[in-house]
Design a protein around this ligand. Structure first.
Ligand code: AMP
Ligand code: FE
Ligand code: FE
Ligand code: ZN
Length: 286
């Protein structure tokens, strides 16, 4: 029998992915996945469409990738299987999304001052109702010819963290976000804690485990072999679930080239089935 294949980190055009949730589900089935989690940034707006498109044999895990901060730096927390109606978590994500819009407008102003021919109307059309993020701004910069490709916009010259057109935005601290997800019955898992720029030190992870963190995303394309080993040890010592996922954004690549001959990153990294079972057992929302 073929092994069960579980990808717990995927984006749609409800946030900064390029494909509609139904298309993501179609690609997940085509990639031979058994379980896929939709984890858009700060929204669950794509879940209903994804669910409606599910073919037999494919399971959708409802999730979200929450924007958080650590000492003023942007970091990410995956959240699974929480109550979508939880008032506190809803209020928090609404605040994050509102500030994303405000911030994107401010970044458009900076980009214009720097000579790029972009407008908020253009960015808004690219985002098309999605939770707006830097990838949408990057696409506008590329369309204006300011950079060759969207991924080239993430530098000090443009919209890389701290760059000339970068503007900060609101995000909750990690411990607070972990608490909100747990209070909503969900399972919080640290996203790619060794991604360049998004690093979360070991001692912080230890503290978060005390605060209710349930897992660590170990299998992520940004992590090299030694980082995977170290994070696996750490997860085991703290009794945390070990997850993995592709962080697929469709045809938009956040700084990561696709493997040769691959039409999408879905299933490029996966979660061990036994760890997935542990994660399912941790939800308190039924
Ligand atoms: P934001 O949350 O609006 O600050 O945008 C962050 C998003 O930008 C991430 O979720 C990635 O999808 C994308 N991103 C971050 N860093 C890079 C990079 N170096 N190259 C391309 N995309 C990136
Ligand atoms: Fe993203
Ligand atoms: Fe992320
Ligand atoms: Zn992601």
């Amino acid at each position: 029998m073929a092994a069960v294949r579980i990808d717990l980190h995927v984006h749609s055009n409800a946030s900064d992915g390029t494909d509609a949730p139904a298309e993501v589900i179609g690609r997940a089935a085509a990639a031979g996945l058994d379980v896929v989690a939709l984890t858009d940034h700060d929204t669950q707006a794509g879940i209903a469409e994804g669910r409606a498109a599910l073919p037999p044999g494919l399971t959708l895990v409802p999730g979200m990738e929450l924007s958080c901060q650590l000492d003023g730096r942007s970091v990410h927390l995956l959240a699974y299987l929480f109550d979508p109606e939880d008032p506190a978590l809803r209020a928090e994500t609404a605040q994050i999304r509102d500030d994303r819009t405000y911030r994107a407008k401010a970044m458009v102003d900076r980009m214009r001052e720097l000579g790029a021919d972009v407008t908020w109307e253009q960015v808004s059309a690219i985002a098309d109702g999605a939770v707006v993020g830097r990838p949408h701004l990057a696409r506008a910069l590329a369309a204006a010819g300011a950079v060759a490709a969207p991924a080239d916009a993430f530098t000090a010259d443009w919209i890389g963290e701290g760059g000339r057109a970068f503007v900060d935005r609101y995000a909750p601290g990690l411990a607070r976000a972990v608490g909100l997800v747990r209070a909503a019955g969900g399972v919080p898992v640290l996203a790619h804690p060794r991604s360049p720029g998004y690093e979360i030190p070991d001692e912080v992870i230890v503290g978060l485990a005390d605060a209710g963190l349930c897992g660590i995303e170990v299998f992520h394309s940004d992590h090299d072999q030694s980082q995977r080993l170290r994070l696996t040890q750490l997860a085991k010592s703290l009794n945390l679930v070990i997850t993995g996922g592709s962080d697929d954004h469709g045809s938009y690549l956040p700084g990561r080239p696709l493997p040769e001959g691959s039409d999408g990153g879905l299933g490029a990294e996966t979660t061990p089935p036994a760890e997935y079972e542990r994660l399912l057992a941790l939800t308190e929302f039924k």
